[in-house]
Design a protein around this ligand. Structure first.
Ligand code: FE
Length: 248
């Protein structure tokens, strides 16, 4: 399955959750794994009840003319794809150009991130994982969708999907391949399970050929996906951001 296939598959899984109700959500369409039951709990990421209530509220508010749907979409898009990941990108770029900051980031991430003004809910206890030529880090939340909101914004749909949550642990190299990222056998892949207590940010490797770039230019190269660990940062400006938007 290619990346788009994986994402479509993931979206179908999420839609399945949203459509289900009660204490069991039936997951279908998982090929040879057949029919599974996902038991609901308070930590679940795609709560059918909540999704439906939000949709109902939104529809009502739009119908009454209280809010404008286009304005809502703009706000969500801003938070999800622009403000959020750009904060993380500034953290990464600072670490690339400033060795002392990088050391602080790797030893006390929450404090180092707060130095740049990024703190708050869903980011109280941060850990930064450094990718190196020998180690590649990948972040998942196997239980639901724990994610560092103040620096990455809202989690993408695929991050919350059942296929990603289970397969990132069982077959991380296979999942990365579907994202177009081939990790060499000699590189260790480490998978980190986010929780309500700890949120992770991957510090990707600085791409070669960027020695002349300013901190701001470097930040423009850093993508959301590279900070989750499903992509590498490349020196081609803008291209990764375009791909990221297409993948949503
Ligand atoms: Fe979670």
């Amino acid at each position: 399955m290619d990346r788009r296939g994986f994402i479509r598959h993931a979206a179908a899984g999420a839609a399945g959750f949203a459509a289900a109700s009660g204490t069991e959500a039936h997951m279908a369409g998982h090929g040879d794994r057949g029919h599974e039951h996902q038991h609901d709990n308070a930590h679940q990421a795609v709560p059918s009840d909540l999704n439906l209530r939000v949709k109902a509220l939104e529809s009502l508010l739009v119908e009454k003319g209280v809010v404008d749907r286009a304005a809502l979409d703009t706000i969500v898009d801003l938070y999800e794809t622009k403000i959020g990941p750009r904060n993380g990108a500034r953290v990464v770029a600072r670490a690339w150009v400033n060795p002392a900051y990088r050391r602080r980031l790797l030893t006390n991430a929450t404090a180092a991130i707060a130095e740049l003004g990024y703190e708050g809910g869903q980011g109280e206890d941060m850990v930064v994982l450094e990718n190196t030529p020998r180690v590649h880090n990948l972040v998942v939340c196997t239980l639901c969708s724990c994610y560092p909101w103040p620096i990455l914004g809202l989690p993408p749909v695929w991050y919350k999907s059942a296929p990603y949550r289970s397969r990132a642990v069982i077959d991380p190299r296979g999942v990365l391949r579907e994202f177009g990222l081939e990790i060499a056998d000699e590189v260790e892949v480490r998978v980190w399970d986010s929780t309500a207590e700890l949120r992770y940010l991957v510090l990707p490797e600085r791409p070669p050929g960027t020695e002349h770039m300013t901190e701001e230019e470097l930040a423009a190269l850093v993508t959301r996906d590279s900070m989750i660990g499903v992509a590498k940062v490349t020196a081609r400006p803008n291209a990764p951001f375009v791909q990221q938007r297409l993948a949503r």
